[in-house]
Design a protein around this ligand. Structure first.
Ligand code: XMP
Length: 322
């Protein structure tokens, strides 16, 4: 598909061919109907949104579901970036619905299933409101392989696991980049003229910070993971890791505050190097960077008493915690 070893020129032509083919496919599939793009701001859904916008222009409605599980300021940043590309993004407020569905759930797969169900019912509603018949989605090859292999339930894999989205939810799913792995998607993003902040963006899971909060996912617990993530992203940026983030554990640990014992949250810093997220190894982060992240996290989030750095490769661990 987008060959990686045939020299720069051949590769460029191939990326361009891929783009042309996909735009034609989307035009053919959607016909004269309207479609909705589920934009998260990550490179996968950004590429799909631009491809679909080029294919059907104003008949594409671009929605960003604000599930309350995004990183700091993300919904507004995405809206602004795409606005600059001439693509209007509508933000759908759905935080209450997502936190309602996740309340009381502790099991990782139950959380994923609740997220997926909520995601599709919010989207299904928006699609019906808009009279669109198609949903454009940024599923990539690794998502399909891992879901089929039973590694986990991705939220965007309905058709591959035999659930018919048209019967269950009333619309058809179009997945223009499902044959590509991450490096291929980044090449397409660059060729499409997306800004560097998008084509080099670290992967961020569809279920967002939910994948980084062990135990119950509440707005308060997500806020802790979000604040810690700001620190990790800022301090580790210069190392340009494949992916780096903070995780909130479900256990607590003892600390000391003004000479008194205090029971507080435990944050894990995870940073990995990988080509396509199928395998990964921990980033060898310099000690001073680790210490700075630890100092900042306990200072900026007083309810945290402990910070640890995770050193497990994938496999046997996965990159995310749930
Ligand atoms: P794991 O944790 O399976 O992650 O090693 C592999 C890559 O996929 C991302 N990831 C997801 N992306 N929906 C997504 O769109 C998901 O449910 C999901 N779970 C994990 C993860 O961040 C990593 O880059």
């Amino acid at each position: 598909m987008i060959p990686g070893n045939q020299g720069e020129r051949r590769e460029e032509v191939s990326v361009r061919e891929f783009i042309g083919d996909k735009i034609a496919d989307i035009k053919r599939t959607v016909g004269g109907e309207a479609a909705i793009s589920a934009l998260s701001g990550g490179v996968d859904s950004s590429v799909c949104t631009v491809l679909a916008h080029r294919a059907i222009g104003g008949r594409l409605k671009v929605l960003f579901i604000d599930d309350g599980l995004m990183r700091e300021g993300e919904p507004q940043q995405v809206q602004e970036t795409f606005g600059q590309l001439g693509i209007t993004v509508d933000i759908v407020e759905a935080q209450t619905e997502f936190f309602g569905a996740l309340a009381g759930k502790l099991d990782p797969e139950e959380k994923r299933k609740a997220f997926r169900q909520t995601f599709y019912s919010v989207f299904g509603r928006e699609v019906l409101k808009s009279k669109a018949r198609f949903l454009i989605q940024g599923t990539i090859a690794a998502d399909i392989i891992e879901t089929k292999g039973g590694v986990k339930t991705q939220h965007n894999i309905l058709e591959q696991i035999g659930i018919d989205p048209e019967k269950g939810f009333g619309f058809k799913v179009v997945e223009p980049i499902k044959e590509l792995f991450k490096p291929g998607v980044r090449k397409v993003a660059k060729e499409l003229g997306l800004p560097e902040s998008i084509y080099r963006r670290m992967p961020f899971p569809g279920p967002g910070l939910m994948a980084r909060v062990l135990g119950e996912v509440t707005p308060e617990r997500v806020a802790i993971a979000r604040k810690a993530t700001v620190v990790v992203e800022q301090e580790i940026r210069k190392l340009e890791p494949f992916q780096a983030f903070a995780v909130l554990l479900n256990d607590m640990g003892t600390g000391i505050e003004e000479g008194r014992r205090k029971f507080g949250h435990v944050i894990i810093i995870r940073s990995v190097e990988s080509r396509d997220a199928m395998k990964a190894r921990p980033t060898p982060v310099p000690w001073d960077v680790l210490m700075k992240m630890s100092r900042r996290i306990v200072k900026e989030i007083p309810s945290v008493t402990r910070v640890a750095y995770e050193i497990t490769p994938k496999p046997p661990a996965t990159i995310e915690y749930i």
